[in-house]
Design a protein around this ligand. Structure first.
Ligand code: SF4
Length: 339
């Protein structure tokens, strides 16, 4: 985005608690949040209601993951002094706004969101023909506009959701002759490819991930099993780094010098894959070890973590409650002051 960021501008982003956080989350989302928290007024939330739209029949994973997620965020470096951290269901005004928006938004808008069909296909083992799953982009719109967010950081695949949010804002403002909500901008975020040990996208469901909780030994063991360029069958065969997921991780974790060493050694068969993986493991361990240690510290202080999220919910509710007064006025529902 070309405009100059400002701490007066507000950013909102959330993450669904459906499992432990891994390196893909760190490089895909959290590193960006850590930067944004110094540049904008940030609201970051654990999207537990969103998790239920796909995991409604297995809520235990959501309950467990909420706690893991809040600790992981703090350990990764999200600072509650800079950003407001909260759990979505602790701010029930999101649900009220979602309901009111559902009165005015045509079903066809939701059916045409690309991720609706895609996710139904990808998560074929789950029954996603529910009202809640169809409506989740509208819940996302409510999440964003209840804070009158100026911008939403998203990868390209999520950009249509922000575009729909802008349409929702235009329709609501036009229908009720009010200027209740600003249109949020998209803050396009480049997400580096972070493959798992089998070369596919890192994901808990593929059992191919390296987690924030993993110690140095576990990380080294997991990386040692990682798939490589399939054409490099023997140590003496030259390889192609462009075909190797290990090299994709080098691009995320290693210095240019190490990347050049790995690429040259691979192409000339000057190094073996074990050597290459060990060099990568050194870099990953250096990045993850401090996060793991901070994680353990936060786990020893559960009351402090709870206090951070309680305070975050209080701050978030102050903003959300003020927005809902404007919304109720716009749709001519009685407000507390009028009763
Ligand atoms: S040397 Fe490194 S980049 Fe080349 S195939 Fe082996 S692991 Fe992959």
């Amino acid at each position: 985005m070309s405009s100059v960021p400002s701490q007066h501008q507000r950013v909102l982003s959330g993450m669904r608690p459906t499992g432990r956080l891994h390196l893909g989350h760190y490089h895909g989302v959290l590193k960006n949040w850590i930067r944004l928290q110094h540049e904008y007024e940030c609201f970051f939330f654990v999207a537990d209601w969103h998790a239920l739209t796909t995991h409604y029949d297995d809520p235990s994973i959501v309950g467990e993951s909420v706690w893991d997620m809040v600790v992981d965020w703090l350990a990764a470096g999200i600072d509650p002094g800079d950003a407001c951290l909260f759990i979505q269901s602790r701010v029930p005004e999101h649900a009220e706004l979602h309901l009111l928006l559902s009165m005015v938004i045509p079903v066809s808008w939701l059916e045409r969101v690309p991720s609706y069909k895609e996710q139904q296909q990808q998560l074929g083992s789950r029954d996603l023909s529910t009202y809640g799953f169809l409506g989740y982009p509208l819940l996302q719109a409510a999440d964003i506009i209840i804070y009158k967010a100026d911008a939403v950081p998203v990868g390209e695949d999520q950009a249509p959701h922000v575009e729909m949010t802008r349409e929702v804002v235009r329709r609501f403002n036009h229908m009720y002759g009010a200027n209740t909500f600003p249109e949020p901008k998209t803050l396009l975020t480049e997400t580096p490819r972070t493959p798992g040990t089998d070369g596919r996208k890192m994901s808990k469901s593929y059992n191919n991930s390296i987690y924030f909780k993993d110690d140095a030994d576990t990380i080294r063991k997991r990386l040692r099993t990682m798939v490589t360029d399939p054409a490099r069958k023997r140590r003496t065969d030259p390889g192609d780094p462009a075909q190797c997921p290990v090299f994709d991780l080098h691009k995320v974790f290693s210095t240019q010098e190490t990347q050049d060493w790995a690429a040259e050694g691979c192409r000339s068969a000057g190094i073996g894959c074990i050597e290459c993986k060990n060099a990568l493991a050194d870099k990953v361990v250096v990045q993850l070890e401090p996060i793991r240690k901070r994680r353990q510290e936060f786990e020893r202080r559960p009351d402090d973590v709870r206090a951070i999220y309680r305070d975050g919910a209080r701050r978030a509710r102050e903003v959300a409650t003020a927005t809902m007064v404007d919304v109720r006025n716009a749709v001519q529902l009685l407000t507390e002051e009028e009763l």
